[in-house]
Design a protein around this ligand. Structure first.
Ligand SMILES: [Zn+2]
Length: 276
């Protein structure tokens, strides 16, 4: 798997843990200060960009609506989008019949035949609307969507996604923040559970490590359990789709290194705990 070799790995000192967290807090504060400055400098431009976007999206929304109505009509009348009535073909590979355009070889026209009734979905138009505005002014990385949305609201400008399709942009943005809170609560439940099964349970084991040729880095291993013979690393994931092998390899490397340094000779196991 990993060809990288650790130069060293060790448990962080208490002081290092503290300064790690204060660094995170500072970064957070810096981001807010930076966003405020960006809003001051670009306020009017951001308002103009909103109006341009709103104008453009209104046209796109109506065009999409029209197109969907047209596509649904094509489906109901069993016509190709070029206007011709669909006819039955046979699939060469599986022998299954399907409806297709009799004129599909004529490339001067657009052919599209619907085998199902297209639904009304406009979400793709608004999915990244705040990010799109931020990017259009080259402000990527300087302004989080959360602050931009709040700024628009303060200036009496509406959440376009909410206006058009009833989905609150604020809720979507908060959902990302909530994932972290949810993850934390999930981990703590697991810790409680594992305490009944293992004599030693460490939560959020803080590590400093360095791979050869790389810079020093920090990580926190979710849960480490141990008894007289075995050490087990548990990695908590709210979804099994988030499983990250590279991260797991790092944890194994790090724990193995620390054990060797301390001359601890126990079996090393890894396990994932997933919520779904
Ligand atoms: Zn056609």
């Amino acid at each position: 798997m990993s060809e990288k070799k650790l130069e060293y790995a060790r448990k962080m000192t208490k002081q290092e843990v503290e300064s790690f967290y204060s660094f995170i807090r500072k970064t957070q504060d810096d981001k807010i200060a930076f966003a405020q400055k960006t809003l001051e400098d670009y306020g009017q431009k951001l308002i103009n960009a909103y109006h341009e976007f709103a104008y453009k999206i209104d046209i796109e929304f109506l065009n999409t609506k029209k197109y969907i109505a047209f596509a649904r009509q094509c489906f109901r009348e069993q016509r190709c989008e070029c206007g011709l009535k669909l006819k039955l073909f046979t699939n060469h590979y599986n022998g299954q019949p399907f409806l297709g355009c009799p004129d599909y070889l004529d490339e001067t026209k657009t052919h599209k035949s619907w085998s199902y009734e297209p639904g009304e979905n406009y979400q793709f138009l608004f999915k990244n609307w705040l990010t799109d505005i931020i990017k259009s002014l080259d402000l990527k990385g300087k302004l989080h969507t959360k602050y931009l949305l709040a700024f628009y609201e303060e200036n009496g400008l509406k959440d376009l996604q909410l206006e058009y399709i009833g989905i609150s942009s604020k809720e979507l943005i908060n959902r990302y923040t909530n994932i972290n809170t949810k993850q934390k609560a999930f981990e703590l439940r697991q810790v409680e559970f594992l305490r009944n099964q293992w004599p030693n349970v460490i939560y959020q084991f803080p590590v400093k490590y360095k791979y050869i040729g790389d810079k020093e880095r920090s990580c926190f291993i979710d849960i480490i359990c141990s008894d007289d013979e075995t050490i087990c690393i548990y990695e908590c994931k709210t979804s099994r789709y988030n499983v990250n092998n590279e991260q797991m390899q790092l944890y194994i490397d790090v724990v193995r290194f620390i054990n060797n340094a301390l001359k601890i000779n126990k079996n090393l196991k890894i396990d994932y705990i997933t919520e779904e």
